[in-house]
Design a protein around this ligand. Structure first.
Ligand code: ZN
Length: 755
C-alpha cells in the first residue's frame, strides 16, 4: 500500500537541460533526463545517449552571472544531482576524456581563442617524443638531477604547456613570465632558452624535433649561474633584421582570425603599393583606408624593425563600423576578409573592384521550351562546397561463396548508422534484396569477430572495418546456419564463412546438397581444378564433427546439426588464397582536388525545385549552369566551405584538398557564348599562382586557431604568420598544401605590379 506522499517521493525527478559538447553552446540539444539520481548515473546516461566511445567524461555547467563554464565536482561520483543546483534549461557541457589523446590547454592565459571557459581541448598530432625518453633536468645542466617527463609532447604542444607540465612534475608551485624553458640540442650540445614571448608557439612552429632533455628555470636564478651558456631563441629571432612586410600581428584576445586575414591580404602587391603611398589627408572621409594604410606603412617600413605590431587602431575602426566583430568571441577569417574588402571598396571603389571583383553568370535553361535566362552577380570570392563523402570499402560475401570488394560513397555524419550504410549499399548494388538479407559483421582473419547492430554508429565502428554477408531468404520453418572453410592440416579458416538455409527441425543432407554443391563449385572454379578434393563434415550440437556425404543418395539425418565445415588440403588453400579478392575494408582517407571542386561548382545541374519560365508562362523544370565572366579579377579568392552547419552536423569537413601552387587555370570555367569570340589571350589571363593561405586548426569555427602562409612579393619566399610570430617556411607542396587550408588567395600570372 502506498500513500500519495510515498508516490510523490518515488516519482522520478526530471531534468531538462541543454547539452553541449566541448562548451560550444550553438550545437546544444535539449535532453530530458529522468530516473537519475547521482552524477555518475547522469554521466553514464549521457555516454549511452550519445554513443560516446570514451567511458569517462567531465561535465561543466554554464554560469550566466560569471559567463564562465564551471566544472561540476568530479571527485564524488555518488553525489546526488539535486545538490548540484542545476535548473531547467541550464547549459551543461560534456568533455570526453581519452587517455593520452588530448592536450588540455588553459585558454584564459593565452591569446588564442579556444572555447570560452576554463579548459579546452586541442587534438594532438603525432607525438614528437616517446614516454620515458624525455629527461627533465632540475637545472639546464646535464649533470643535474633529472626525472622523466610523464607526458608525451606533440607537434602541437605549446612551450607554455611544456613549462606547466615540467613545473608540475618538479613541484614548482607556479610558472610566470620569468619562467624559461631550456631544450637541449643533441647535435650542437647546447641548451636553447625559450622565454615567455614564445609561450604560445608550438614545437612544430619552433622546429623542435626529437628533443631528449629539457629543463625549466626562473630568470633570476640564471644571473647567479656562471656556467650557463643558454641562448635566447627569441633574442636570436629578433636580432635578425626583419625583411620588409614580414611582421607579426599581436593577438588582442580572440583576434587571430583578423590577423590571419590581414596577413593574407599582405601578400597582394597591388594592395600594398597603393596603401603604402596613400596620403593621410581627409582621413575622416575614408577611415578604414586610413588605418589600413597606417598599418601597411608600419609593416613595410624600412626603419621600424619591430617583429610584431598590435593592429589596435584598425580593430577599433572595424569594431565601430561592424559591431559584430567587437565582442571577443571567435570569428571567421573569411567573413573578415569579405567585410574588410567591402569596407575598402566603399572608399576606394576603382582599385578594389579592379583587383577583387569578378562576375558570375548564372543561366537557367527551361527543360520544356529550351529558352535560357541569365543573370549576372558580382563576386569577390568563390565559395566552394566540399562534398562531405567518405569512400567506404565493403567486403561483400554472398551465400554462394563469392566475395567482392565494393566501394560506397557515403556522407558519414555523427549519427550515421550501420543501417544507413546497408540501405545505401542495397540501393547501389543489390536492389532486389531487403535489409534483413544483409548481415553486418566485423571480420578478423576470416572469422566473424563481432556482429554489428543496425543502430551502431558508423563513426564508432572498431577500426572502421565492415563486412556484409548476404543471407539466403528463409521462411518460418527455416533458419540460417554457418558453413566454414578450413585448411585441413592447420584447421584454420582460410576464407570468410557463408550462411546456409536449414529446416529448423529434422534437417537432412538433401536439404543442404544443392547449396553445398554450388559453394564447392565456386571453390573449384576459383582454384581452376574440377577434380579438387575436399571433405565435408557437420558439427553436432555437442560439437562432435562427423562426416557428411552430400553426394550420397542415402539421405543422412542431421537433426542435431549446428554448422557445416568444408576442408581443403594446404596446396588448394594456397591457390585459393592467391586468387581471393584482397581484403582491404578500411575507410579510405578523404581526398579531393581543387579542380574537382571547381568542376562540380560549374557543372550544369537540374534545379531542385521548379522555377517560373517566362516563355512557358508557368512553373517548369529547369537546369542551371554558372560560368565565370570576362575579365577575370586580378586576385581570385577561394573559400573552401569546411563548415557547412546543416541541421545534422556542425562538424568541420576535414577532407584533404590538393590545390595547385602554380598554374591554376580557370579557362574551362569561363563563359562560352556565340557572341564573344574566344581569343588566345584568355588562356594566358586565366592562369593564376597561389600567394596566400589561411589555415584553420580545430574542429569548429568557434574553437580554433588561424595561421597564415603567405608569399612575400619582394623576397618571393613563403612565410608562416602565427599572430605575433613569423618565420620562413619551405615553398614546396608538402609544406604549402595543408589539410587545414580554408581560404586560398590566387593572383593572375600576368598581373603587372612592378610599376
Ligand atoms: Zn519554358
Amino acid at each position: 500500500m502506498s500513500t500519495s506522499s510515498d508516490r510523490y517521493q518515488q516519482s522520478p525527478q526530471i531534468y531538462r537541460f541543454k547539452l553541449c559538447q566541448n562548451q560550444e553552446d550553438f550545437a546544444h540539444i535539449s535532453i530530458l533526463i529522468y530516473n537519475i539520481r547521482t552524477l555518475q548515473e547522469l554521466k553514464q546516461r549521457i555516454i549511452a545517449e550519445y554513443g560516446l566511445t570514451s567511458s569517462r567524461i567531465r561535465l561543466l555547467k554554464y554560469s550566466e552571472p560569471t559567463q564562465r563554464w564551471l566544472s561540476l565536482p568530479d571527485s564524488d561520483q555518488n553525489l546526488e544531482i539535486r545538490y548540484l543546483n542545476i535548473a531547467n534549461n541550464d547549459y551543461i557541457s560534456y568533455i570526453e576524456l581519452k587517455n593520452r589523446q588530448y592536450a588540455y590547454v588553459n585558454s584564459l592565459s593565452n591569446g588564442h581563442y579556444y572555447p570560452r571557459g576554463t579548459t579546452s581541448i586541442i587534438e594532438r598530432k603525432a607525438p614528437v617524443t616517446s614516454t620515458q625518453t624525455l629527461k627533465l633536468f632540475e637545472t639546464p645542466n646535464l649533470n643535474a638531477k633529472h626525472y622523466f617527463l610523464d607526458d608525451l609532447l606533440f607537434q602541437t604542444t605549446t612551450i607554455k604547456l611544456i613549462k606547466q607540465k615540467a613545473a608540475e612534475q618538479i613541484q614548482i608551485p607556479y610558472i610566470n613570465q620569468k619562467t624559461n624553458l631550456f631544450v637541449y640540442d643533441d647535435k650542437n650540445t647546447k641548451w636553447t632558452k625559450y622565454d615567455h614571448i614564445l609561450d604560445d608557439c608550438t614545437l612544430e612552429e619552433l622546429d623542435i624535433k626529437n628533443c631528449t632533455a629539457i629543463s625549466i628555470k626562473i630568470d633570476k636564478d640564471i644571473a647567479d649561474d656562471d656556467g650557463d651558456n643558454g641562448v635566447t631563441a627569441a633574442d636570436r629571432h629578433k636580432k635578425v633584421k626583419r625583411e620588409l612586410g614580414i611582421c607579426g600581428l599581436k593577438n588582442m584576445g580572440s583576434t587571430c582570425y583578423m590577423n590571419s586575414a590581414l596577413q593574407c591580404l599582405n601578400s597582394i602587391p597591388q594592395l600594398i603599393k597603393f596603401y603604402e603611398t596613400l596620403e593621410d589627408d581627409h582621413a575622416d572621409d575614408h577611415p578604414v583606408s586610413d588605418v589600413y594604410s597606417k598599418l601597411i606603412k608600419r609593416m613595410w617600413s624600412e626603419s621600424d624593425q619591430s617583429s610584431c605590431i598590435t593592429p589596435r587602431q584598425l580593430k577599433a575602426v572595424v569594431d565601430k563600423i561592424a559591431p559584430v566583430f567587437s565582442d571577443h568571441r571567435p570569428k571567421d577569417s573569411h567573413e573578415f576578409i569579405n567585410f574588410f574588402l567591402h569596407a575598402l571598396q566603399q572608399e576606394q571603389p576603382v582599385l578594389i573592384n579592379k583587383l577583387f571583383y569578378g562576375q558570375i553568370s548564372s543561366t537557367v535553361t527551361c527543360l520544356d521550351c529550351k529558352s535560357k535566362e541569365s543573370r549576372q552577380e558580382l563576386i569577390s570570392f568563390l565559395p566552394l562546397p566540399i562534398e562531405n563523402k567518405t569512400q567506404i570499402q565493403i567486403h561483400y560475401i554472398q551465400y554462394n561463396g563469392k566475395e567482392e570488394q565494393l566501394s560506397l560513397e557515403l556522407s558519414v555524419k555523427y549519427r550515421t548508422t550501420v543501417l544507413d550504410l546497408i540501405k545505401c549499399f542495397i540501393h547501389k548494388y543489390v536492389p532486389n534484396l531487403n535489409k534483413n538479407q544483409i548481415k553486418p559483421v566485423r571480420l578478423n582473419e576470416d572469422q566473424i569477430s563481432s556482429e554489428y547492430k543496425l543502430t551502431n554508429y558508423l563513426t564508432t565502428l572498431y577500426d572502421n572495418r565492415i563486412a556484409l554477408f548476404q543471407l539466403p531468404s528463409i521462411d518460418e520453418e527455416e533458419e540460417h546456419m554457418l558453413c566454414l572453410f578450413v585448411n585441413y592440416s592447420t584447421q584454420c579458416q582460410f576464407r570468410p564463412p557463408v550462411y546456409l538455409i536449414k529446416p529448423k527441425y529434422n534437417c537432412r543432407s538433401s536439404d543442404l546438397r544443392e547449396q553445398l554443391n554450388s559453394i564447392i563449385q565456386h571453390l573449384k572454379t576459383t582454384i581452376n581444378d574440377e577434380n579438387m578434393k575436399y571433405e565435408v563434415s557437420w558439427t553436432t550440437i555437442d560439437r562432435q564433427r562427423q562426416n557428411l556425404n552430400i553426394n550420397d543418395n542415402d539421405n543422412q539425418i542431421l537433426s542435431t546439426i549446428r554448422a557445416v565445415t568444408i576442408s581443403l588440403k594446404q596446396s588448394y588453400v594456397e591457390i585459393y588464397k592467391s586468387k581471393q579478392t584482397k581484403v582491404a575494408t578500411i575507410m579510405q582517407s578523404k581526398y579531393l582536388t581543387l579542380e574537382k571542386l571547381l568542376g562540380n561548382f560549374f557543372l550544369e545541374d537540374i534545379l531542385d525545385g521548379k522555377y517560373y519560365c517566362s516563355e512557358c508562362r508557368q512553373m517548369t523544370q529547369g537546369k542551371q549552369k554558372s560560368d565565370l565572366c570576362r575579365p577575370l579579377p586580378t586576385i581570385f579568392i577561394i573559400q573552401l566551405k569546411r563548415f557547412p552547419y546543416d541541421k545534422y552536423s556542425n562538424e568541420k569537413i576535414d577532407t584533404f584538398i590538393e590545390y595547385p601552387i602554380e598554374n591554376l587555370n580557370l579557362y574551362d570555367y569561363l563563359i562560352k557564348t556565340d557572341e564573344i569570340v574566344i581569343n588566345d589571350d584568355d588562356s594566358q589571363s586565366s592562369r593564376y599562382n597561389l600567394i596566400s593561405i589561411s589555415n584553420h586548426y580545430g574542429k569548429t569555427l568557434s574553437s580554433g586557431h588561424y595561421i597564415t602562409y603567405a608569399k612575400n612579393y619582394q623576397t618571393q619566399r613563403w612565410y608562416s604568420f602565427n599572430d605575433d610570430y613569423s618565420r620562413e617556411i619551405a615553398s614546396d607542396k608538402q609544406t604549402l598544401i595543408t589539410q587545414d587550408a580554408y581560404i586560398l588567395i590566387y593572383m593572375k600570372q600576368n598581373a603587372d605590379y612592378k610599376t
